[in-house]
Design a protein around this ligand. Structure first.
Ligand SMILES: *Cc1c(COP(=O)(O)O)cnc(C)c1O
Length: 378
Protein backbone atom coordinates (compact mmCIF):
# COMPACT_ATOMS: atom_id res chain seq x y z
CA UNK A 1 0.00 0.00 0.00
CA UNK A 2 1.25 3.44 -0.83
CA UNK A 3 1.42 6.13 1.84
CA UNK A 4 -1.86 7.89 1.01
CA UNK A 5 -3.72 4.56 0.94
CA UNK A 6 -2.20 3.24 4.17
CA UNK A 7 -3.20 6.48 5.90
CA UNK A 8 -6.85 5.69 5.17
CA UNK A 9 -6.84 1.89 5.46
CA UNK A 10 -3.98 0.49 7.59
CA UNK A 11 -5.41 -0.85 10.84
CA UNK A 12 -8.80 0.58 9.90
CA UNK A 13 -10.94 -2.26 8.49
CA UNK A 14 -14.69 -1.73 8.99
CA UNK A 15 -15.81 -2.65 12.51
CA UNK A 16 -16.72 -6.38 12.43
CA UNK A 17 -19.50 -5.97 15.01
CA UNK A 18 -21.41 -3.11 13.34
CA UNK A 19 -19.88 -2.33 9.96
CA UNK A 20 -18.87 1.14 11.17
CA UNK A 21 -16.62 2.54 8.44
CA UNK A 22 -14.57 4.52 10.94
CA UNK A 23 -12.72 2.89 13.85
CA UNK A 24 -14.93 3.53 16.90
CA UNK A 25 -13.71 5.33 20.02
CA UNK A 26 -13.50 2.38 22.41
CA UNK A 27 -14.01 4.46 25.54
CA UNK A 28 -13.58 1.56 27.93
CA UNK A 29 -11.02 0.71 30.57
CA UNK A 30 -11.71 -3.02 30.75
CA UNK A 31 -12.91 -6.00 28.66
CA UNK A 32 -15.14 -8.88 29.71
CA UNK A 33 -13.51 -12.33 29.55
CA UNK A 34 -15.40 -15.51 28.57
CA UNK A 35 -13.37 -17.53 31.07
CA UNK A 36 -10.29 -16.71 33.10
CA UNK A 37 -7.64 -15.71 30.57
CA UNK A 38 -10.00 -16.23 27.59
CA UNK A 39 -10.32 -12.75 26.09
CA UNK A 40 -10.44 -11.19 22.64
CA UNK A 41 -6.95 -9.67 22.78
CA UNK A 42 -7.76 -6.84 25.15
CA UNK A 43 -7.71 -7.00 28.96
CA UNK A 44 -7.12 -3.50 30.28
CA UNK A 45 -6.76 -0.22 28.38
CA UNK A 46 -3.37 0.82 29.75
CA UNK A 47 -2.02 -2.37 28.18
CA UNK A 48 -3.97 -2.08 24.93
CA UNK A 49 -7.13 -0.50 23.56
CA UNK A 50 -8.69 -1.16 20.13
CA UNK A 51 -8.67 2.50 19.05
CA UNK A 52 -5.06 2.92 20.12
CA UNK A 53 -4.20 -0.40 18.49
CA UNK A 54 -5.62 0.79 15.15
CA UNK A 55 -3.65 4.01 15.47
CA UNK A 56 -0.37 2.19 16.18
CA UNK A 57 -0.96 -0.15 13.23
CA UNK A 58 -1.50 2.84 10.97
CA UNK A 59 1.56 4.72 12.27
CA UNK A 60 3.78 1.66 11.74
CA UNK A 61 2.46 1.27 8.18
CA UNK A 62 3.14 4.93 7.40
CA UNK A 63 6.71 4.69 8.70
CA UNK A 64 7.00 1.33 6.89
CA UNK A 65 8.34 -0.40 10.02
CA UNK A 66 6.96 -3.26 12.16
CA UNK A 67 6.53 -1.23 15.36
CA UNK A 68 4.83 1.98 16.44
CA UNK A 69 4.18 2.71 20.11
CA UNK A 70 2.07 5.68 21.15
CA UNK A 71 2.26 7.91 24.22
CA UNK A 72 0.34 10.67 25.93
CA UNK A 73 2.71 13.35 24.56
CA UNK A 74 5.94 13.75 22.64
CA UNK A 75 7.77 14.24 25.93
CA UNK A 76 6.26 11.02 27.30
CA UNK A 77 7.54 9.23 24.17
CA UNK A 78 11.04 10.64 24.63
CA UNK A 79 11.06 9.94 28.40
CA UNK A 80 10.02 6.34 27.86
CA UNK A 81 12.67 5.97 25.16
CA UNK A 82 15.28 7.29 27.62
CA UNK A 83 14.09 4.74 30.21
CA UNK A 84 14.47 1.99 27.61
CA UNK A 85 18.05 3.12 26.91
CA UNK A 86 18.53 3.04 30.66
CA UNK A 87 21.09 5.80 31.19
CA UNK A 88 24.66 6.51 30.16
CA UNK A 89 26.05 9.29 28.05
CA UNK A 90 23.76 11.15 25.66
CA UNK A 91 24.62 13.66 22.95
CA UNK A 92 21.86 16.13 22.19
CA UNK A 93 21.76 18.34 19.11
CA UNK A 94 22.02 22.03 19.99
CA UNK A 95 19.03 22.87 17.77
CA UNK A 96 16.36 20.82 19.54
CA UNK A 97 12.94 21.43 20.99
CA UNK A 98 13.37 23.36 24.26
CA UNK A 99 11.51 20.67 26.21
CA UNK A 100 13.97 18.01 25.02
CA UNK A 101 16.85 20.04 26.41
CA UNK A 102 14.89 20.58 29.65
CA UNK A 103 14.17 16.84 29.97
CA UNK A 104 17.89 16.04 29.83
CA UNK A 105 19.13 19.00 31.89
CA UNK A 106 16.49 19.02 34.64
CA UNK A 107 15.25 15.42 34.81
CA UNK A 108 17.39 12.74 33.16
CA UNK A 109 20.68 14.24 34.37
CA UNK A 110 19.67 13.16 37.89
CA UNK A 111 18.36 9.78 36.66
CA UNK A 112 21.37 8.04 35.20
CA UNK A 113 22.18 10.20 32.18
CA UNK A 114 25.13 12.46 31.54
CA UNK A 115 24.61 14.60 28.48
CA UNK A 116 26.29 17.14 26.27
CA UNK A 117 24.82 19.43 23.64
CA UNK A 118 26.69 19.44 20.33
CA UNK A 119 26.43 21.39 17.08
CA UNK A 120 25.66 18.29 15.01
CA UNK A 121 26.06 20.04 11.66
CA UNK A 122 29.77 19.42 12.36
CA UNK A 123 30.34 15.65 12.46
CA UNK A 124 33.91 16.14 13.74
CA UNK A 125 32.46 17.77 16.85
CA UNK A 126 30.07 14.84 17.29
CA UNK A 127 32.94 12.32 16.93
CA UNK A 128 35.01 14.20 19.48
CA UNK A 129 32.10 14.28 21.93
CA UNK A 130 31.36 10.58 21.30
CA UNK A 131 34.96 9.67 22.14
CA UNK A 132 34.02 10.17 25.82
CA UNK A 133 31.20 7.63 25.44
CA UNK A 134 27.91 7.69 23.58
CA UNK A 135 24.94 5.51 24.46
CA UNK A 136 22.36 7.72 22.78
CA UNK A 137 22.35 10.49 20.19
CA UNK A 138 19.19 12.59 20.05
CA UNK A 139 19.04 14.47 16.76
CA UNK A 140 16.35 16.62 15.26
CA UNK A 141 16.42 17.50 11.57
CA UNK A 142 15.37 20.00 10.44
CA UNK A 143 16.18 21.48 13.84
CA UNK A 144 14.28 23.88 16.01
CA UNK A 145 14.28 26.87 15.68
CA UNK A 146 17.23 27.27 13.26
CA UNK A 147 16.11 24.49 10.85
CA UNK A 148 19.65 23.07 10.89
CA UNK A 149 19.85 19.98 8.69
CA UNK A 150 21.84 17.07 10.14
CA UNK A 151 23.59 14.26 8.28
CA UNK A 152 21.71 11.20 9.57
CA UNK A 153 24.06 8.64 7.98
CA UNK A 154 27.05 10.33 9.60
CA UNK A 155 25.35 10.51 13.00
CA UNK A 156 24.23 6.86 12.83
CA UNK A 157 27.80 5.78 12.04
CA UNK A 158 29.20 7.71 15.02
CA UNK A 159 26.52 6.37 17.39
CA UNK A 160 27.00 2.77 16.24
CA UNK A 161 30.82 2.93 16.34
CA UNK A 162 30.50 4.05 19.97
CA UNK A 163 28.06 1.22 20.76
CA UNK A 164 25.08 3.57 21.09
CA UNK A 165 21.91 4.30 19.15
CA UNK A 166 20.63 7.20 17.08
CA UNK A 167 17.15 8.51 17.91
CA UNK A 168 15.73 11.09 15.53
CA UNK A 169 12.94 13.48 16.44
CA UNK A 170 11.09 13.57 13.11
CA UNK A 171 8.29 15.85 14.29
CA UNK A 172 9.07 18.64 11.80
CA UNK A 173 9.43 16.54 8.65
CA UNK A 174 7.06 13.64 9.43
CA UNK A 175 7.41 10.22 7.81
CA UNK A 176 5.75 11.53 4.66
CA UNK A 177 8.79 13.70 3.97
CA UNK A 178 11.67 11.91 5.74
CA UNK A 179 12.44 8.33 6.85
CA UNK A 180 15.33 8.46 9.33
CA UNK A 181 15.58 4.64 9.47
CA UNK A 182 16.54 4.62 5.78
CA UNK A 183 19.63 6.61 6.77
CA UNK A 184 20.67 4.33 9.62
CA UNK A 185 18.73 5.76 12.58
CA UNK A 186 17.52 3.21 15.14
CA UNK A 187 14.43 4.91 16.53
CA UNK A 188 12.16 7.72 15.38
CA UNK A 189 10.36 9.92 17.90
CA UNK A 190 7.36 12.13 17.25
CA UNK A 191 5.36 14.78 18.93
CA UNK A 192 2.10 13.74 17.24
CA UNK A 193 0.66 16.96 18.66
CA UNK A 194 2.11 18.71 15.61
CA UNK A 195 1.82 17.64 11.95
CA UNK A 196 0.63 14.07 12.55
CA UNK A 197 -2.47 15.32 14.37
CA UNK A 198 -2.43 18.45 12.26
CA UNK A 199 -5.39 20.31 13.73
CA UNK A 200 -4.05 21.70 17.03
CA UNK A 201 -6.63 19.70 18.96
CA UNK A 202 -4.62 16.98 20.73
CA UNK A 203 -1.37 16.24 22.57
CA UNK A 204 0.26 12.88 21.79
CA UNK A 205 3.55 11.22 21.00
CA UNK A 206 4.88 8.12 19.28
CA UNK A 207 8.02 6.08 18.71
CA UNK A 208 8.53 4.02 15.55
CA UNK A 209 11.25 1.43 14.99
CA UNK A 210 12.21 -1.81 13.27
CA UNK A 211 14.14 -3.63 16.01
CA UNK A 212 11.95 -6.29 17.67
CA UNK A 213 13.93 -6.55 20.87
CA UNK A 214 14.06 -2.80 21.55
CA UNK A 215 10.39 -2.47 20.55
CA UNK A 216 9.55 -5.14 23.13
CA UNK A 217 11.30 -3.13 25.81
CA UNK A 218 9.42 0.02 24.81
CA UNK A 219 6.13 -1.85 24.69
CA UNK A 220 6.80 -3.21 28.17
CA UNK A 221 7.55 0.31 29.46
CA UNK A 222 4.49 1.77 27.73
CA UNK A 223 2.39 -0.50 29.94
CA UNK A 224 4.60 -0.54 33.03
CA UNK A 225 5.05 3.25 33.19
CA UNK A 226 1.66 4.03 31.69
CA UNK A 227 2.26 7.30 29.82
CA UNK A 228 -0.42 6.30 27.30
CA UNK A 229 -2.84 8.28 25.13
CA UNK A 230 -6.59 7.89 25.70
CA UNK A 231 -9.01 6.42 23.14
CA UNK A 232 -10.44 9.78 22.07
CA UNK A 233 -7.03 11.31 21.38
CA UNK A 234 -6.03 8.12 19.54
CA UNK A 235 -9.13 8.51 17.39
CA UNK A 236 -8.39 12.18 16.68
CA UNK A 237 -4.88 11.25 15.61
CA UNK A 238 -6.15 8.48 13.31
CA UNK A 239 -8.42 11.07 11.73
CA UNK A 240 -5.53 13.52 11.36
CA UNK A 241 -3.30 10.91 9.71
CA UNK A 242 -5.81 10.36 6.90
CA UNK A 243 -4.92 13.76 5.43
CA UNK A 244 -1.24 13.86 6.39
CA UNK A 245 0.01 13.55 2.80
CA UNK A 246 -2.22 16.28 1.38
CA UNK A 247 -1.59 18.56 4.32
CA UNK A 248 2.19 18.12 4.21
CA UNK A 249 2.28 18.98 0.51
CA UNK A 250 0.30 22.15 1.22
CA UNK A 251 2.44 23.08 4.25
CA UNK A 252 5.65 22.56 2.28
CA UNK A 253 4.41 24.50 -0.73
CA UNK A 254 3.21 27.42 1.43
CA UNK A 255 6.41 27.50 3.49
CA UNK A 256 8.59 27.53 0.37
CA UNK A 257 6.65 30.48 -1.06
CA UNK A 258 6.75 32.37 2.26
CA UNK A 259 10.50 31.70 2.66
CA UNK A 260 11.27 32.86 -0.88
CA UNK A 261 9.25 36.03 -0.31
CA UNK A 262 10.93 36.72 3.06
CA UNK A 263 14.37 36.27 1.47
CA UNK A 264 13.63 39.24 -0.82
CA UNK A 265 12.20 41.49 1.93
CA UNK A 266 14.45 44.46 2.88
CA UNK A 267 13.56 44.28 6.61
CA UNK A 268 14.58 40.60 6.83
CA UNK A 269 18.26 39.99 7.47
CA UNK A 270 18.28 36.17 7.30
CA UNK A 271 15.89 33.36 6.42
CA UNK A 272 16.29 29.80 7.69
CA UNK A 273 14.53 27.31 5.41
CA UNK A 274 16.00 24.06 4.02
CA UNK A 275 14.28 24.66 0.68
CA UNK A 276 16.27 27.84 -0.09
CA UNK A 277 19.13 26.96 -2.45
CA UNK A 278 21.63 29.09 -0.48
CA UNK A 279 20.68 27.57 2.90
CA UNK A 280 23.56 25.66 4.53
CA UNK A 281 21.69 22.35 4.75
CA UNK A 282 19.90 22.56 1.41
CA UNK A 283 21.80 19.82 -0.46
CA UNK A 284 21.53 17.38 2.43
CA UNK A 285 17.84 18.16 2.88
CA UNK A 286 17.28 17.45 -0.82
CA UNK A 287 18.55 13.90 -0.25
CA UNK A 288 17.06 13.23 3.20
CA UNK A 289 13.66 14.89 2.78
CA UNK A 290 12.56 13.08 -0.34
CA UNK A 291 10.43 10.22 1.02
CA UNK A 292 7.42 11.59 -0.90
CA UNK A 293 9.26 10.87 -4.18
CA UNK A 294 10.46 14.45 -4.57
CA UNK A 295 12.22 16.72 -2.09
CA UNK A 296 9.86 18.64 0.20
CA UNK A 297 11.40 20.91 2.78
CA UNK A 298 8.84 21.12 5.55
CA UNK A 299 6.42 23.74 6.78
CA UNK A 300 8.65 25.54 9.30
CA UNK A 301 10.48 28.78 8.51
CA UNK A 302 12.41 31.10 10.79
CA UNK A 303 13.85 34.52 10.02
CA UNK A 304 15.73 37.38 11.61
CA UNK A 305 14.71 41.02 11.57
CA UNK A 306 17.63 42.94 13.10
CA UNK A 307 16.53 43.36 16.73
CA UNK A 308 14.46 41.77 19.46
CA UNK A 309 12.15 44.77 19.45
CA UNK A 310 11.40 44.30 15.73
CA UNK A 311 10.94 40.56 16.18
CA UNK A 312 8.40 41.04 18.98
CA UNK A 313 6.62 43.65 16.87
CA UNK A 314 6.27 41.26 13.94
CA UNK A 315 4.94 38.52 16.27
CA UNK A 316 2.31 40.83 17.68
CA UNK A 317 1.25 42.45 14.41
CA UNK A 318 0.24 39.46 12.29
CA UNK A 319 -3.44 38.60 12.11
CA UNK A 320 -3.70 35.36 10.15
CA UNK A 321 -0.57 33.99 11.84
CA UNK A 322 -1.76 33.43 15.41
CA UNK A 323 0.78 34.28 18.10
CA UNK A 324 1.14 30.91 19.83
CA UNK A 325 3.53 28.13 20.75
CA UNK A 326 3.30 24.78 18.97
CA UNK A 327 3.28 24.11 15.24
CA UNK A 328 2.07 21.78 12.55
CA UNK A 329 -1.63 22.67 12.56
CA UNK A 330 -3.62 23.75 9.51
CA UNK A 331 -3.62 27.31 10.86
CA UNK A 332 -0.45 29.40 10.61
CA UNK A 333 1.37 30.33 13.82
CA UNK A 334 4.07 32.85 14.65
CA UNK A 335 6.23 32.94 17.77
CA UNK A 336 9.39 34.35 19.34
CA UNK A 337 11.61 31.34 20.22
CA UNK A 338 13.84 33.36 22.56
CA UNK A 339 10.96 34.29 24.86
CA UNK A 340 8.55 31.40 24.15
CA UNK A 341 9.40 27.86 22.98
CA UNK A 342 13.10 28.09 23.72
CA UNK A 343 13.03 30.10 26.96
CA UNK A 344 14.06 26.91 28.83
CA UNK A 345 17.44 27.10 27.04
CA UNK A 346 18.40 30.15 29.12
CA UNK A 347 21.77 29.49 30.72
CA UNK A 348 22.42 26.43 28.51
CA UNK A 349 25.03 28.16 26.36
CA UNK A 350 22.84 27.46 23.31
CA UNK A 351 22.26 30.71 21.46
CA UNK A 352 18.87 31.62 20.05
CA UNK A 353 19.00 35.03 18.40
CA UNK A 354 16.60 37.48 20.10
CA UNK A 355 15.87 38.85 16.61
CA UNK A 356 14.54 35.47 15.46
CA UNK A 357 10.88 34.88 14.53
CA UNK A 358 9.58 31.36 13.89
CA UNK A 359 6.67 30.53 11.60
CA UNK A 360 4.60 27.40 11.32
CA UNK A 361 3.11 27.86 7.87
CA UNK A 362 -0.43 26.52 7.74
CA UNK A 363 -2.48 25.54 4.72
CA UNK A 364 -4.20 28.86 4.14
CA UNK A 365 -3.61 30.41 0.69
CA UNK A 366 0.07 31.46 0.57
CA UNK A 367 -0.85 34.85 -0.96
CA UNK A 368 -2.94 35.70 2.11
CA UNK A 369 -0.11 34.61 4.42
CA UNK A 370 2.41 36.73 2.51
CA UNK A 371 0.10 39.76 2.65
CA UNK A 372 -0.26 39.27 6.42
CA UNK A 373 3.53 39.12 6.89
CA UNK A 374 3.95 42.11 4.60
CA UNK A 375 1.63 44.19 6.78
CA UNK A 376 3.37 42.99 9.98
CA UNK A 377 6.86 43.78 8.67
CA UNK A 378 5.69 47.29 7.70
C1 LIG B 1 6.37 19.75 20.55
C2 LIG B 1 7.62 19.01 20.32
C3 LIG B 1 8.04 18.03 21.22
C4 LIG B 1 7.28 17.73 22.49
O1 LIG B 1 6.06 17.12 22.21
P1 LIG B 1 4.76 17.26 23.13
O2 LIG B 1 3.73 16.54 22.35
O3 LIG B 1 4.49 18.73 23.29
O4 LIG B 1 5.09 16.63 24.43
C5 LIG B 1 9.19 17.33 20.92
N1 LIG B 1 9.90 17.58 19.80
C6 LIG B 1 9.53 18.53 18.92
C7 LIG B 1 10.34 18.76 17.70
C8 LIG B 1 8.37 19.28 19.15
O5 LIG B 1 8.03 20.22 18.27
Amino acid sequence: MRFETAAIHAGQAPDPATGAAIVPIYQTSTYVQDAVGAHKGFEYSRTDNPTRHALETCLAALEDVPHAISFGSGMAALSTLALAVGGGRALIADDVYGGTYRLFSKVLSSHGFRFETVDMTDLDKVSTAAADGCDLIVAETPGNPMLKVLDLEGLARIAHDAGGILAVDNTFATMFVQRPLDFGADVVVYSATKYLGGHSDLVMGAVTLADDEFAGRLRFLQNAVGAIPGPFDSWLLLRGLKTLAVRMRAHCDGARRVAEWLAEHPAVTRVHYPGLSDFAGHKLATVQMAAAGEPLYGGMVSFEVGSEERALEVCERTELFFLAESLGGVESLVEHPGKMTHASLAGSGIEVSPALVRLSVGIEHPDDLIADLGAALG
